[in-house]
Design a protein around this ligand. Structure first.
Ligand code: ADP
Length: 371
């Protein structure tokens, strides 16, 4: 009954939208504001009276990316992009905005076009939520993690250095038992170092999650760079490190983060392979770039496929335990791939090796814009 009354009347729909706790506003095709709810007023400090009829790019939303670059006046505006595409934004995006009083707010923005009876785009709708507190907490956690890992790394490097000197005989000759004990201590230092490295990667990722501004990136040089980086490690384990790459392959993304993804996968492939090969390849499939990292290593059962991308998850078996790790790497890889609107999959069987495959949307090379 109540439902019937509430939903039967356009005015009631208006009231519902006005009362929603998230900011909801609508524009016409030219981004002129035609609806502005109360939460918009609270979050931005601009009243409906002031904003209606203005363009949302007229110093009202003041969305900027993490580097302070304005998003409203140009094609980077999420609302403008979805109206041009005629499709909703892929997922909510985090942007910084400026309130009327000049203070900063971080908002999570979802956008969609409004489609008319004839199928044409007649406007746009944006829903945004104030996530300032949550984001600040994340940033505090990230800087704490970063400070702790940094402060722990320095003494660890000194301990490792002295152990190496003593093991090298610089403090006098050692018997076999002494060498064994010091060798174990050195191995534990390396393990701790790796753990701190993973934690600082996590901190770095969380601190910069926000500052994502995609640019055209050729992934082929990144794959070649990874091949060089791991050449010695592969050789030490007598693994064949092969590549099969085209001239170039361009995706829209962040060069450093994509390199982090590639090095993580290659490092795992080498870590979890005792003999055989690690193979890196890249190819085009439809409108996607496909990066594959194959190995002939220990593999894993199907039940593990969905879990290994969870933070701190490690497959629990003697082979994995022997190698050591934190279960952080693949969770970061997954987050980075998601940020790029890509997908990561794994095919693997115990003892049969693994294939990690990433698909990323292809993009055009921009003259002078390739990184
Ligand atoms: P870590 O290697 O530090 O444990 P990751 O997040 O990188 O953490 O990987 C999570 C788990 O996935 C690993 O512990 C391991 O069990 C499994 N894994 C990852 N890569 C491979 C691989 N190439 N072959 C077999 N198992 C793998």
């Amino acid at each position: 009954m109540l439902e019937g009354t509430l939903l039967s009347d356009t005015n009631n729909f208006r009231r519902i939208l006005l009362s929603i706790a998230d900011g909801v506003y609508m524009t016409d095709r030219n981004r002129r504001i035609i609806f502005w709810n109360r939460a918009c007023e609270e979050i931005t400090g601009f009243s409906a009276e002031y904003t209606l009829g203005h363009k949302c790019s007229d110093n009202i939303l003041n969305h900027v990316d993490a580097n302070g670059n304005p998003l409203c006046e140009n094609d980077l505006c999420p609302l403008h992009q979805c109206m041009v595409k005629g499709a909703p934004g892929d997922k909510p995006v985090l942007v910084r905005a400026k309130r009327r009083d000049g203070s900063r707010v971080i908002v999570e923005v979802s956008v969609a076009p409004i489609i008319g009876d004839n199928g044409e785009v007649i406007g746009g709708i944006e829903v945004f939520r104030d996530v300032t507190l949550l984001q600040e907490l994340k940033e505090t956690k990230a800087s704490f993690l970063s400070a702790v890992t940094h402060d722990l790394k320095a003494p660890l490097t000194v301990i490792k250095g002295f152990l190496e000197l003593v093991l090298a005989g610089d403090a006098g000759s050692l018997n076999e038992t002494q060498k064994d004990f010091l060798g174990s201590a050195l191995e534990e230092c390396d393990r701790l170092n790796k753990l701190l490295g993973d934690l600082s990667d996590l901190a770095r990722f969380e601190a910069t999650e926000f500052s994502f501004s995609p640019r055209p990136v050729d992934i082929v040089p990144l794959l070649r760079q990874a091949q060089h980086l791991f050449a010695i490690e592969a050789e030490q384990k007598r693994l064949e490190l092969k590549v099969d790459l085209p001239q170039s392959l361009c995706v829209a993304g962040d060069r450093d983060r994509l390199y982090q993804v590639i090095t993580n996968l290659v490092s795992n492939a080498i870590k979890y392979t005792e003999k055989g090969f690690v193979h890196l390849s890249a190819e085009v499939s439809g409108d996607k770039a496909i990066i594959s990292v194959r190995d002939s290593g220990i593999g894993m059962s199907r039940e593990e496929h969905g879990k290994i991308f969870d933070q701190f998850y490690r497959v629990d078996n003697p082979a994995t335990r022997k190698v050591g790790g934190t279960g952080i790497g693949l969770s970061i890889v997954k987050k980075i791939v998601d940020m790029h609107n890509g997908e990561i999959t794994v095919q693997s069987e115990p003892g049969q090796g693994s294939i990690f495959q990433i698909s990323l949307p292809l993009c055009e090379k921009e003259p002078g814009g390739l990184t």
